[in-house]
Structures are given as structure tokens and as C-alpha cells.
Design a protein around this ligand. Structure first.
Ligand SMILES: Nc1ncnc2c1ncn2[C@@H]1O[C@H](COP(=O)(O)OP(=O)(O)OP(=O)(O)O)[C@@H](O)[C@H]1O
Ligand SMILES: [Mg+2]
Length: 392
């Protein structure tokens, strides 16, 4: 039983993250999850323990920065509980720290405290014998260690201890201490970095990156993520090269015979077409005719509308004799209103992908690119995103 448990990877409880990590975290190793305060470390760590509990594994959350109550409250806000086989171990600073006599005495030494902290971690481990462990956070240990050398030694000692117990360990680091040493990077088996960016306007943008993962390949680069009630969602970067399929390159006509003549029959399947024009020249309505034709052929079409209010679009189409609501009800048309200020580009790509893979949409309309561009934290990324999206 033990052998089968170690042969499979430990799922992180965040689907997109497992995908990036090629299945999850290798068992009996120590990982580092780092990011500034509020980037979602505790949330991911909690999901990691919940995924373990779902598989019947014992989990231990060793918390030094948040109290037991704060942790439970945070988890409850997502609808989770810290029930058996998961446990929280609150590691408060030893009483000596609060004792003024001790602080003033020459005998007071952070050495003692550091030793005490590690001893108590070991004790909690012995008492619960967890298969999954979270240490929140390393910055407290770094503070106690005071010097970079002692910090490294301490984390190394913890790592050796953990590896003897066979537990999969996620250590959190909030990058708040001034010593920005990368010592733990070289000790950990894998390092994941969480980031939060604040655009000039709109909701915060979150992203993550796997900095290293020993002995295996992973999906590199930045991946968008969001924290919603119910947990963290990660959107692995769309790599079009992974999705090659065979299809017939036929010309697909629009509803207008004249336009088809101009296009030499229509637009080609598997191609992408850009429709340019100033405001009010009829771009949206023209693209609609392609959707209408696709639906008439018995296919499914998807529209992502950034700029226009859906009610208004439905009204306008009705004026042309196109009943979008009926098409939507029959399931042949998927219309999604997209709020550029709220949506991460990766999340958008994920939604397009879901429409194509799960609802088998064969015609996709993005109205408009300007709206999509507004969802980018940096404009120059639009071309790359569009390239991956279009070639997918
Ligand atoms: N119930 C919830 N619904 C939606 N978003 C939430 C919810 N709870 C927390 N968040 C978001 O998650 C963020 C906090 O995440 P988390 O506590 O995991 O961060 P952290 O990296 O552990 O921070 P710290 O370093 O301060 O401990 C909040 O700032 C908030 O944006
Ligand atoms: Mg936290």
C-alpha cells in the first residue's frame, strides 16, 4: 500500500497547477511556495492538504504566522474545514520571547528559541505522522536564525528530518524579510513563485511560475491564476503545438453570396480572419453572418463579446432577422459576455478552449480584439497571446 502511494505524485488540489507540474508534487520531497503577502500561498497550501484528505492522507499545517482561528476562518470563507485527517499545529513563539526578564537577560538567545521551534515541529510530526505537511512560513524561521548561514543550516536540518518521515512538504515564504537569500531555492526540490500585479485599472492580476522542479520537465513561464471563493484556479498557458489535429481545409461561406464571391468561396476552415473597420461600419453584424451559416450547417459557434452589451446585440441582430436568443437556447450558439477589466488573458484562452473542446464549437468570434487587448497587463503581449490562441 505504501509503495503504491509513493509511486504516484501528490495532487496539489489545484487542477491547473497539477497540469503545469506534470501531475503534481513528487512525494517525500520538500517544496517552496513563495510570494508576497496575499498572493494565495495559504489558499493553495490548504487545497493541497484537502486533496490529501480526500485521498485519505493525514495532513499537518504548521502555522507560525497565522493563528489557528485565522486559518480556519480563511478556509471557511472558501467553504472548507480543517477536519481529521488534517490538523493545524499552531507554533506560537516560546514564552521566553514574551518574558521581559528573559529578553533583557544576557542569557536570552535566539539560538535557544530556534532550537525550541524545531524541536516542537519534530514533536508535532511524531504525534500526527502526516503524509502531507505545510510550514507557514519560513520567514519566521529566518528571523530566529538571524544569519543566512544559520538559516540555511536550519532549513537543511528540517529537510533531512522531513525526508526521513517520507512526508511531502510545502514550505511557504512570504518574502518579507530583508535577507533576500536564495538559500532555500537550492535546498527545495521544487520552487513555485506567486505574483500579483496591479494594473492601472481593473482587478488585480495574479500569475505563477515554476522556477525549478528537479528531475523532470514542467510547463515553464508565467501562468495566469485567480483566487475565487472556492479556491485558486490556475490557467496553464495555451501551447498550440500540443493540440495538433487533422481536418479538411474547406471554404466556409458566409450568408452573403456577394461576400463569398469576393472571398473566393468563403473563409477557410482552420484559418483566422481579422475584420478591420472604424466604429459603426458593421463588423459585428458581418461576423454574425458567419455564425449563422455555421449553425445552419449544423455546427456549433461561439461568440465572445467584450465591447457590446448582450441585450443590445440581440436587439440589433433581431432587426436583421437573426434570432440569437433562439440559437442560444437550442445550444448551437454560445455567447459569452467578457469583462476585460476583470479577466486575465489566460482565463480567456481557457474559456475559448473549453468552448472548442467540450462544446465542440467550430466557429469562434472574438468581438473585439481591442477589448481583448484591454485585458492584457502589457499591450505587447497581445500578439503572442493571439498567436497561441489562433494557432490553437
Ligand atoms: N473567500 C474568498 N473568496 C475570494 N477571494 C478570497 C477569499 N479569501 C481570500 N481571498 C483572496 O485571497 C487572498 C489571500 O490569500 P492567502 O491568504 O492564501 O494569501 P497568502 O499568500 O497566504 O498571504 P500571507 O502571506 O499574508 O499569509 C486575499 O487577499 C483575497 O484576495
Ligand atoms: Mg498565508
Amino acid at each position: 500500500m505504501e509503495a503504491t502511494a509513493t509511486s504516484t505524485k501528490a495532487k496539489t488540489g489545484v487542477q491547473g497547477l497539477d497540469d503545469i507540474l506534470a501531475g503534481g508534487l513528487r512525494r517525500a520531497r520538500v517544496y517552496l511556495l513563495e510570494g508576497s503577502p496575499g498572493t494565495g500561498k495559504t489558499t493553495i497550501a490548504t487545497q493541497f492538504l484537502l486533496a490529501g484528505a480526500a485521498a485519505g492522507e493525514r495532513g499537518l499545517y504548521i502555522t507560525m504566522s497565522e493563528t489557528d482561528e485565522e486559518l480556519r476562518e480563511g478556509a471557511a470563507s472558501h467553504g472548507w474545514g480543517f477536519d481529521e485527517p488534517n490538523r493545524i499545529y499552531e507554533l506560537t513563539p516560546p514564552e521566553t520571547l514574551l518574558d521581559e526578564d528573559q529578553q533583557q537577560s544576557l542569557l536570552y538567545s535566539s539560538d535557544l528559541e530556534l532550537g525550541e521551534t524545531t524541536k516542537r515541529i519534530f514533536e508535532a510530526m511524531e504525534a500526527h505522522k502526516p503524509q502531507r505537511v505545510v510550514v507557514d512560513s519560513l520567514s519566521e524561521i529566518r528571523l530566529l536564525a538571524q544569519s543566512s548561514l544559520r538559516y540555511r543550516r536550519q532549513v537543511l536540518a528540517l529537510k533531512h528530518y522531513f525526508s526521513r518521515t517520507g512526508a511531502t512538504v510545502v514550505m511557504l515564504d512570504d518574502l518579507t524579510t530583508e535577507m533576500h537569500d536564495k538559500t532555500v531555492h537550492s535546498i527545495a526540490h521544487g520552487v513555485i513563485r506567486l505574483e500579483e500585479l496591479a494594473p492601472d485599472y481593473g482587478a488585480e492580476r495574479r500569475r505563477m511560475r515554476v522556477i525549478k522542479y528537479r528531475g523532470q520537465n514542467f510547463r515553464g513561464g508565467f501562468h495566469d491564476m485567480v483566487i475565487k471563493t472556492g479556491g485558486v484556479q490556475v490557467f496553464p498557458r495555451l501551447v498550440s503545438a500540443e493540440h495538433k489535429t487533422e481536418f479538411k481545409r474547406e471554404a466556409l461561406p458566409s450568408a452573403s453570396a456577394e461576400l463569398n464571391k469576393l472571398l473566393g468561396g468563403g473563409v477557410e476552415r482552420g484559418s483566422s480572419t481579422l475584420i478591420l473597420g472604424p466604429a459603426g461600419t458593421g463588423k459585428s453584424l458581418l461576423t454574425l453572418t458567419f455564425a449563422v451559416q455555421a449553425i445552419a450547417r449544423g455546427e456549433c459557434a461561439a461568440m465572445f463579446v467584450f465591447d457590446e452589451e448582450l441585450g443590445l446585440l440581440f436587439e440589433r441582430a433581431k432587426g436583421l432577422g437573426i434570432d440569437l436568443a433562439a440559437m442560444q437556447d437550442s445550444g448551437s450558439l454560445i455567447i459569452e459576455q467578457v469583462d476585460a477589466a476583470e479577466l486575465a488573458p489566460g482565463e480567456f484562452a481557457q474559456r475559448v478552449r473549453a468552448c472548442i473542446e467540450q462544446k465542440s464549437a467550430r466557429t469562434v468570434i472574438i468581438d473585439s480584439l481591442n477589448g481583448y487587448q484591454a485585458a492584457m497587463p502589457e499591450e505587447k503581449q497581445l500578439v503572442l497571446h493571439m498567436h497561441d490562441c489562433c494557432s490553437f
